[in-house]
Every structure is written in structure tokens, then in C-alpha cells.
Design a protein around this ligand. Structure first.
Ligand SMILES: [Zn+2]
Length: 197
């Protein structure tokens, strides 16, 4: 289904008594990554059965944009975020273990909520692996062209272990119009500002 199509009938009861509007701000937990979205999430509410449907445009693009924004953010990754990033680059956990020279059980522990956390150097290698895959490996396939990436800033990054609330940072996104080389103007996800939770 085209995510950007506005519904004019209720998906539950088929009533046409629906109201469709764009939410000024919406927070989504995208498989472990907290995302704030400005001005483009569409909500359809049914007057009859009270069903409410949330529709977010270009989810694949949002996953890639969120992944790149997250690796450029200095707060230490938690288990759910590591798993989110690994899935964003479609890397099976056994291949991840091989690349990192660790046992598959260690990947499970890193991605869990237990005590064993990824080490700082390993985390930087992982972040660069994600960034390289999404931004450089297939340039023409860059899924997050509006989000800035620079591997040197990850190498030099002082990863911040402090998580007062235990929460992952909230990353904020909006749709922006951009013209990429040899392409038409298109809507892309861009990060607005990020703040540590
Ligand atoms: Zn309905």
C-alpha cells in the first residue's frame, strides 16, 4: 500500500465518515529507536467505529535516515538500537559476529538488555560499518541522502555513556524537498535536531 495515500474510507468498518488530518508532531518507537516526526504523519479517524489509523510516509527511508542520524549521535547505543542498526543494513547476526570476530552469543548479549554491553571501540567499528553501508558502499543507493554522515567524527567521537533516564535519544525528523544530482526534486527525510534523553 502506498503509505502516502490518504484513506477516505475506514479500513475497519468501510464507513466514509472519516476525518483525515496531518499531525503537527508525532512520536514513534521505530523498532527501538525513538523518532519524533514533524508535520507529515497522517491520522485517519472514523466517526462510526472510532478506529484510528496512523500513516507514516516512506518508512524505509525513515529507517535509513534514523540509522544514519543515530550513529552520528554520541550517546552510547543500547541493545535495541544495536539490533535496529544491524537490521537497517540487513546484516544477519552471524555475519555481524564474523565481521567483529566475536561469537554469535556475544551479539545476542549486546542486543539484549542485560549487562554485557558493546565496547567503545567495537561500537565505533559497528557505527562506521552501518554508515559505510548506508552512505558509501552503494552511492547511488543512498537511502538517507539528506542526513549528514562523516566517519571521521565517529572515529573521534567521545561516546557518552550517561543515560539518566535510561532512554535512547529522541531523534527528530521532517520531510524536506531536495534535488539530488540527475534527479527530480523529491521529498526526503532530514534530521531536525537531536537531544539526549
Ligand atoms: Zn470505522
Amino acid at each position: 500500500m502506498d503509505q502516502e495515500t490518504k484513506l477516505d474510507i475506514c479500513p475497519k468498518c468501510n464507513s466514509t465518515h472519516v476525518k483525515t488530518y496531518t499531525l503537527p508532531y508525532y512520536v514513534e518507537n521505530l523498532q527501538g529507536i525513538r523518532i519524533g516526526i514533524n508535520d507529515c504523519v497522517i491520522k485517519t479517524a472514523c466517526y462510526l467505529c472510532k478506529e484510528e489509523v496512523i500513516s507514516i510516509p516512506d518508512i524505509n527511508g525513515l529507517v535509513s535516515a534514523a540509522a544514519v542520524a543515530r550513529i552520528m549521535h554520541s550517546t552510547k547505543l543500547n541493545g535495541a538500537e544495536i539490533k535496529f542498526l544491524r537490521k537497517a543494513i540487513k546484516l544477519p547476526s552471524k555475519d555481524f559476529a564474523k565481521i567483529m570476530g566475536i561469537r554469535p552469543e556475544t551479539v545476542s548479549r549486546w542486543e539484549g538488555s542485560g549487562e554485557q554491553q558493546i565496547g567503545y571501540s567495537e561500537e565505533k567499528i559497528f557505527r562506521i560499518l552501518v554508515g559505510n553501508k548506508l552512505k558509501n558502499e552503494l552511492q547511488e543507493d543512498d537511502k538517507a541522502p539528506a542526513v549528514e554522515y562523516d566517519h571521521m567524527s565517529i572515529i573521534k567521537m567521545a561516546i557518552n555513556p550517561i543515560r539518566p533516564s535510561g532512554n535512547a535519544p529522541l531523534l527528530k525528523f521532517a520531510r524536506v524537498k531536495m534535488k539530488l544530482k540527475n534527479q527530480k526534486i523529491q521529498d526526503l527525510w532530514d534530521e531536525l535536531e537531536s537531544r539526549a534523553a
